[in-house]
Design a binder for this molecule. Structure first.
Ligand SMILES: Cc1cc2nc3c(=O)[nH]c(=O)nc-3n(C[C@H](O)[C@H](O)[C@H](O)COP(=O)(O)OP(=O)(O)OC[C@H]3O[C@@H](n4cnc5c(N)ncnc54)[C@H](O)[C@@H]3O)c2cc1C
Length: 401
């Protein structure tokens, strides 16, 4: 069968890969997007997908530049303007307005973002979608990449973007080693109803078992993410509603009153992964294929979207020939940022697991200092929002050039 030529092949049309494909097409590149599945999203009123994530203002700009944000339904978005984090007896509070922002972030369903980005991709002439599609072989040559699909078609390009998720097959086949930390923790996630409606508060407490977050949903409920030892998370997943509510209310003092109802619970295993390099020859890693981080700071997908925007920015300089110089720049930029954020999150998680609650007291003391030092708070907000000087241009300004 025929060999089809592209400038770039993107494997993996999750949020990070789909955004990258759209942004590359805007750079006038011919893009093939290959995914094992076509995302499907069937929104039902009053029901939210359990995979909701916090999206930063910087990431929102990247999603908008990729044409996805505009297609999200406003009724399914919950913005938050206030954030409170508690450890031991101390806490730190953030207000969007204090930092010149309208919002600190939005809680969005992952399938909704995928659906919106794929709708946007469907309208782009330069993007050819192969989905659902399976591939059986990849040849990473010095000047070209070939991806053989199981239906007999071969795709050929000068660059291959691996956005195929945490267990990236492409990363493995390219021989890129990873460092992994298995936390023996699971994140218990579920929608909950509190006595007072949640109208825009992102709240977190570092409990004796691990961080518990309540994030706003558009209908006034909250989505919880409670990371804790795996056996405890699994027991709470299947506990009766009454036992679950008694347990969680012993550990939360959010200003929303007691938790009075819970929806379907899931318990997801937590692993930190870090690829030792972000490119090899003409293959480049982004999103969860490049790294996964503990969810306590809600940064995983935000990092993936920054990868996409950074890659597109460094590739502006690449017209033909080897992209090695540009990929080196991408790797330096994203590895230092990923190590700082991923390493910082990892360090906090290890600290608060210290026996006797000492780590939580130490973290609380850190909050006390952060509360008094305005420049530190400002720097923290800018970084967490993806709009600091280390963020790609699209995230800072939203402009393509
Ligand atoms: C409990 C929890 C809470 C989280 N909260 C947040 C949060 O608040 N904020 C945040 O930013 N992040 C959060 N994250 C992280 C976030 O969910 C992930 O970082 C993000 O979803 C990864 O997106 P991705 O596009 O990189 O990968 P994926 O979503 O995994 O997409 C990979 C794509 O590749 C395709 N694929 C895989 N293998 C192949 C193959 N062989 N061939 C073809 N296609 C393939 C898949 O079908 C899929 O479409 C959280 C994670 C967890 C576990």
């Amino acid at each position: 069968m025929a060999t089809l030529d592209f400038d770039v092949i993107v494997v993996g049309g999750g949020v990070a890969g789909a955004a990258c494909a759209a942004l590359l097409a805007q750079q006038q590149r011919r893009v093939a997007l290959v995914d094992a599945r076509r995302p499907s999203f069937r929104p039902a009123e009053g029901r939210f997908d359990p995979r909701v994530v916090a999206i930063s203002p910087g990431s929102r700009r990247v999603l908008a530049a990729a044409g996805g944000w505009q297609l999200l339904s406003a009724e399914r978005l919950a913005s938050y303007r206030r954030m409170a984090v508690h450890a031991a007896a101390l806490s730190v509070h953030f207000n969007a307005a204090d930092h010149g922002l309208l919002e600190l972030g939005w809680i969005v369903e992952i399938p909704a973002m995928e659906d919106a980005l794929w709708q946007s991709l469907d309208g782009l002439e330069r993007v050819t979608i192969f989905a659902p599609a399976a591939w059986e072989r990849v040849d990473l040559g010095a000047e070209t990449v070939r991806l053989s699909l199981t239906d007999g078609q071969t795709l050929r390009s000068a660059l291959l973007v691996a956005a195929d998720g945490a267990r990236s097959r492409l990363r493995r086949l390219a021989g890129v080693a990873t460092d992994e930390w298995h936390y023996n923790q699971r994140a218990l996630i579920a929608p909950v109803r509190t006595e007072q409606a949640n109208t825009g508060l992102a709240w977190q407490r570092f409990t004796e078992h691990g961080p518990l977050a309540l994030l706003p949903l558009p209908d006034g409920r909250s989505s919880i993410v409670w990371s804790q030892p795996s056996d405890r998370a699994l027991a709470l997943q299947t506990a009766s509603e009454g036992d679950f509510l008694a347990d969680i209310n012993n550990h939360q003092d959010a200003p929303l009153g007691a938790i009075i109802g819970v929806g379907q619970r899931h318990a997801l295993p937590l692993v930190r992964r870090r690829a030792r390099r972000l490119f090899r020859d003409r293959l480049v890693l982004l999103g969860d294929a490049a790294r996964t981080v503990h969810p306590l700071a809600g940064q995983g997908l935000n990092l993936g979207l920054m990868d996409a925007a950074t890659l597109v920015e460094v590739l502006e300089a690449w017209k033909s020939g080897s992209p090695a110089q540009e990929l080196e720049r991408y790797q330096r930029w994203r590895q230092s940022n990923g190590t700082l954020i991923g390493g910082g999150i990892h360090a906090i998680n290890e600290l608060v697991r210290a026996p006797g609650g000492l780590g939580r007291h130490a973290l609380g003391a850190g909050f006390g200092i952060a509360t008094r030092l305005w420049p530190l708070r400002e720097a923290f907000v800018q970084r967490a929002c993806g709009i600091d000087s280390d963020s790609p241009r699209l995230a800072r300004s939203g402009c393509a050039a």
